[in-house]
Design a protein around this ligand. Sequence first.
Ligand code: ATR
Length: 285
Amino acid sequence: MHDSRETHPRAFVAGYPIKHSRSPLIHGFWLERLGLRGSYEKLAISPEDFPAFITDLKKGVSGYVGGNITIPHKEVACRLADRIEPLAEELGAANTLWVHDGEVHGTNTDGIGFVSNLDSEKPGWDRSEVAVVLGAGGASRAILQSLRDRGLREIRVVNRTVERAQELVDRFGPRLSAHPMAALPELMRDAGLFVNTTSLGMDGSEAPDLPFERMPSGSLVTDIVYVPLKTPFLEKAERAGLATVDGLGMLLHQAVPGFEKWFGKRPEVTAELRRVILADIGEVR
Ligand code: ATR
């Protein structure tokens, strides 16, 4: 007898390790709420096995319609995919793959997730022309690219290792500039947006005491860290009377384009979805 489950689209998140990924919770929530048949599974794939995984994906052996790629495979996925969207090509990293006519296509939705979160939580945030971005690691790139593409005039990249910030300036162009940590107080004085892209403040770790009170009133502070939801940076910014947006929304919004590609319906980021993820994190409020 025909097994109808075989025709349901199956998607994955592949990483190493993968245990802590919350993506299955997000996509599972949407599949259920939209009444769609489909599945989304966690796959622990080692770096040695990853190229064969992509080959099988192309051949249709595994039966997946596509999936998310996470640490440490985003760069390799970008190289192994048959077609990469220009935005992901510039980043050199793909987090979303889909199979079409025997070819693996790839893009990166982290930047879209970042700006969509701000658009939804603080419309008009992009009227500020000057941004300070702390950090120059993997997470910083997509954010810098998305701020540049949104048209911000000046993006100041601040990093402990200033050479890493300079590499990103060289990559993303003249509207960016690189600075050491010591320059932060001065750089924040006329900035309308501050973004933390480092792990500082994550899981109770220390974060430097930054002078948010020096930023112009009406400025926005956001953080990619979402455990805790109210990070030390957000707490200090709030105390200084600034607007804040937490990092959970970026995680939820970056998942939207992939879901739409694999399962055919555009899902919404709702307060209920936030509550489900917060409960999982242990931050029910
Ligand atoms: P990810 O891919 O998650 O961004 P990463 O590539 O290791 O991780 O980058 C971590 C970022 O946090 C970097 O900008 C790092 O600064 P360096 O480039 O100087 O290493 C920053 N970071 C981590 N711990 C830090 C600390 N104690 N003080 C200042 N910056 C820190």
